[in-house]
Design a protein around this ligand. Structure first.
Ligand code: DON
Length: 353
């Protein structure tokens, strides 16, 4: 396990805006370290994904994080540079590319914008109650997007874009994981045929499955995910180079869907407890975007029952408020308790409760 703490930056480094900056960097490192210790205790409660046999071989004890502030230096801890397959995290990339290539109208006439309340690989709601996938971040939605991108776009095009937006030239197709999933993807194959039967998937089922599964098998690190995250946090622009990767409208749609649908049937709870738009993958990756503040990449391959990194979620929960990463964080929060008490006293006094 590698551990670095990039301690060179100044206190201002952690967040973009002084209004939000209540912690010094050394304090932030302390908070993250404490969060890591607490999060590690969750690992035995989780399990690596075994429905893709190759993922079942991954060491579940790994845990790493990179906080990549919009202004300032990264903080990297634990297994921050371990490689893992993106799995569903790549649906964020599929969505960005589809919005750019096909436009908003075409994308959202083929996938919805609503949380499904079902597991990521569910067919039920698609079959029974809807004519299209509930959203682009579940498997049915990802497969539908792949159908829109083929054949104009090749996997090599996506790989090139992914390397660029993640600032990671070492991202490759993990052939072993790809082959392993292709042998066991009967659920996704069923979803693809269901999409075909509903007229959503108009491309060849096997071509679409291969394209989708290759994207899921791109190898990333917590560091590369944090690089993608900070571009989304900055509305589509790389702050270092000034390069725009997507219009701000696209970044806004992606972040909104990450908040409402990124953690599947755990999205509501995660939004309440953590409050950071996040997309998970069964490889153990979490891509989080603390808007205007930081991109965050996490790796922890032991998963909870919803297929989200169990220790990674705990870690984000532990650091979210203390580092002021919560979407709804307000510098006035500290005053809130007193105000809340006043309000409650007022309500009680008026006999409402
Ligand atoms: O399609 C699948 O089932 C996987 N390649 C990806 C699923 C996934 O990552 C769900 N996320 N937590």
């Amino acid at each position: 396990m590698t551990e670095i703490e990039n301690n060179k930056g100044q206190a201002e480094d952690l967040v973009i805006d002084k209004q939000y900056r209540l912690q010094e960097k050394s304090k932030a490192i302390e908070i993250i370290k404490r969060g890591m210790d607490i999060a590690r205790e969750e690992i035995p409660k989780g399990r690596v994904a075994t429905y893709i046999p190759e993922l079942g071989k991954v060491d579940p004890h790994q845990l790493g994080i990179v906080i990549n502030p919009l202004k300032g230096e990264k903080i990297c801890m634990g297994d921050y540079d371990a490689r893992f397959t993106m799995q569903s995290v790549c649906k964020v990339i599929m969505l960005i590319v589809a919005l750019e290539l096909c436009g908003r109208d075409e994308v959202f006439s083929n996938v919805g914008m609503e949380p499904s309340g079902e597991a990521f690989d569910s067919l039920v709601e698609l079959d029974v109650s809807n004519s299209k996938p509930y959203n682009p971040l579940i498997n049915s939605g990802g497969l539908a997007l792949c159908g829109l991108l083929l054949p104009e776009l090749s996997f090599q095009d996506i790989l090139r874009f992914t390397r660029s937006i993640c600032s990671d030239p070492e991202i490759v197709l993990d052939e072993v994981v790809y082959q392993s999933e292709m042998k066991t993807c009967s659920r996704n194959r069923s979803i693809a045929y269901l999409l075909q039967s509903k007229g959503i998937l108009k491309k060849d089922v096997e071509d679409t499955l291969r394209f989708y599964t290759k994207m899921c098998s791109m190898s990333a690190t917590a560091d590369s995910l944090s690089n993608l995250g900070v571009i989304l946090a900055n509305d589509g622009v790389c702050a270092e180079t000034g390069k725009r990767f997507m219009p701000s409208r696209t970044a806004r749609i992606v972040k909104t869907l990450m908040l409402t649908c990124g953690m599947y049937d755990g999205s509501g709870t995660f939004a309440i407890k953590v409050g950071i738009p996040t997309k998970s993958g069964v490889g153990g990756g979490l891509l989080s975007v603390s808007d205007k503040r930081a991109g965050i990449g996490v790796f922890g391959p032991a998963l909870d029952t919803q297929g989200n990194s169990i220790a990674g979620c705990k870690l984000l929960r532990e650091i979210s408020n203390d580092l002021r990463l919560n979407l709804f964080y307000d510098p006035e929060w500290n005053k809130e308790t007193e105000e809340e008490n006043d309000i409650i006293r007022g309500i009680r006094g008026s006999h409402v409760i």
